[in-house]
Design a binder for this molecule. Sequence first.
Ligand SMILES: Nc1ncnc2c1ncn2[C@@H]1O[C@H](COP(=O)(O)OP(=O)(O)OP(=O)(O)O)[C@@H](O)[C@H]1O
Length: 247
Amino acid sequence: MSALGVHGLTVDLGGRTVLTDVDLTVDKGELVGLVGPNGAGKTTLLRTLMGLLRPRAGQVVVADGPVRRGRAKLGYVPQRHEFAWDFPISVENVVMTGRTGMLGLFRRPGVTDWRAVAEAIDRVRMTDLRSRPVGELSGGQRQRVLLARALALQPSVLLLDEPFTGLDMPTQDMLSDLLRSLAREAHAVLTTTHDLPGALHTCDRLALLNRTVIAAGTPDQLRDEQLWMDTFGIGEHSPLLKILKAT
Ligand SMILES: Nc1ncnc2c1ncn2[C@@H]1O[C@H](COP(=O)(O)OP(=O)(O)OP(=O)(O)O)[C@@H](O)[C@H]1O
């Protein structure tokens, strides 16, 4: 049983078909990288999984049930620039907003909520900074706050949109380690990324997306250069293929 299954998903935006017949699964314990060129539909796919966009056709299945029943099991980490960092709010209050959707309008956070928030902050190693206003944090620290915000919901599936963008190498490595260990702790993790060497090195499987899934498999199963040429629309002399050979 897959933790997340996408079957025949087709999505239209602004009168154009952006995703066609997308099939993808992510199993419990797996870290899957979603890679493709700009405009391939990676963010659209994540937003559709989260129910922010309605597909024209297809199905999303979470833990063997329809997504509308399983959405509470999905934790979403948006791109960093989508968050209002200049709002005067502390790390732990931002992480609590990951749970406020569950609380309802009139219930104040209780002991269980604050415990889940503290565990999530601890999991991303931000406990020392929990009272710090988020506007004072570095890019890597902000990325960890957004991850903790998703973890506060105690999801079984984590969806991350370009978490590595703009991070230096040591911070990227730290985040890769964190995502790998979250997968090993029984989460199913799907992350978009433009960092191909990082994805080849870190992910259990990759899905090559360009409006549809062109191929999916372990990095070793995706050695065929033609798959990458088709996905990225590149020629045989592209530096991207050199990266692939060198990895
Ligand atoms: N609100 C919208 N209305 C119409 N078209 C949209 C909308 N949002 C995105 N698109 C189009 O959908 C396509 C897929 O966009 P999407 O942002 O999902 O790609 P992406 O793979 O995440 O790209 P990137 O790597 O640049 O972030 C693009 O052609 C984009 O122009």
